[in-house]
Design a protein around this ligand. Structure first.
Ligand SMILES: [Ca+2]
Length: 101
């Protein structure tokens, strides 16, 4: 279906350095520090980082991250996303590289 692929790439671009602790990147998204990241906060963070996000990409990112469909995502949802999608895909890429090699 391809849904979320572009959004995932955008989100990975936003995450920047993979060496930054996830809690720190979440804190950077959560600009008012209330523990949840809203679409407006994500949009503002993307603008600061020079990453262009369309409304559709923002919707896709929240479809991926906002498990309970509250309209925002919290740290638990963010960590679950990283674990499932980002680290999971990196592991798969590593496995594929090993197979090719
Ligand atoms: Ca917030």
């Amino acid at each position: 279906m391809g849904v979320g692929v572009g959004a995932t790439a955008r989100l990975e671009a936003l995450l920047g350095s993979a060496e930054a602790p996830a809690v720190d990147t979440f804190g950077a998204f959560d600009q008012d520090g209330n523990g949840v990241v809203t679409p407006d906060e994500l949009r503002a963070y993307a603008e600061v980082r020079g990453v262009e996000l369309t409304e559709e990409q923002i919707r896709e990112i929240f479809a991926l991250l906002d498990d309970n469909r509250s309209g925002a995502f919290d740290l638990v949802e963010y960590l679950a996303y990283l674990n499932d999608v980002v680290y999971g895909s990196l592991t798969k890429k590593t496995e594929i590289a090993l197979l090719v090699d």
